[in-house]
Design a protein around this ligand. Sequence first.
Ligand code: UD1
Length: 348
Amino acid sequence: MSLTVLTVVGARPQFIKAAPVSHAFAAHGGIREILVHTGQHFDAAMSDVFFEELDIPPPAHNLEVNSLGHGAMTGRMLEKLEEVMIAEKPDWVLIYGDTNSTVAGALAAAKLHIPVAHVEAGLRSFNRRMPEEINRVMADHVSTLLFCPTQTAVANLKTEGITKGVHHVGDVMYDVTLAAVERGKGRSKILERNGLAPKTYAVATIHRAENTDDPQRFARVIQWLSDRGREMPVIMPVHPRTRKLMEKSGVNPTGVRLIDPLGYLDMAWLTHNASGVFTDSGGLQKEAYFHGVPCVTLRDETEWVETVEAGWNRLWTTAEYKPRRDITDYGSGDSSSKIASLIASSKT
Ligand code: UD1
């Protein structure tokens, strides 16, 4: 008997995470996936390119909700997702990560009594001022299946009283990275286009509200990047939120090469060949580790604590890395197929 899974995606990192799981569903057989794009990210460079490069089937529904405040954005998504879920009657709703699209998908499904499966469950920064932290906590507390990328995530859920339906499956982003390096090798011309030699430069990305919304904080982050730019070449693909802010405030990093957002293969190849990564992105912190590149995280805490414990990552507020070791938590590139099997074998 075939099972129907309605997958909700909306923001760039969700397209990346959904790709290997979609492929695992197709390989598993017996699972029909209906992909719903909330529309949160809509620029070709923030959305379409990922569908093309990662071979994700076009979404069955695009709700075109974007560029609104948190309440309006989440509210409109909730309303439209509910309509789609009523029409499609899925057996499961699958959500990813911690964005407004995640929490809207979780709430719409839970209220319709459709079981929710959450990929990247259990992550906590313990900073409730981050919109992502609220989204994570809310999503986890209404989920039936909770797919944790790390043991720390499992422990975080236990602390909140969630033990049922919790599975440590590893990190689907590791699955994607393995495939991307192989494909990027032959195809990406990102180094040539930017005149960069391998292991001579750092990659930077900044987009989190906690860094961009307070002008003083934003100026500090930009100054920190400018200081690094004096020490080595730094290349920075700029997220639309950050681009808007730079234009509005006139605050730009000096000595840092600003480029447009990159597709997945170019970004993976750029990171793979970098000598360092400076970022406030959760995904890129781990990708740096997957590529064997040290990272400095421009935040005051991280959900990916094992990257810091294992000496591959440090917060910008600390000077030293810990001694380096491998991280086993993220699995061996088979997290997506574990997720497909667990969904297929779970009773709804
Ligand atoms: C969202 C997520 C964040 C995630 C990030 C990945 C929430 C609360 N935040 O943040 O957790 O790390 O995605 O990128 O859900 N914009 C464009 N074009 C686009 C996308 C966005 O111009 O394709 C503009 C929007 O109009 C808005 C700004 O960028 O002005 C921010 O976009 P938004 O979707 O609100 O959140 P992100 O900062 O991308």
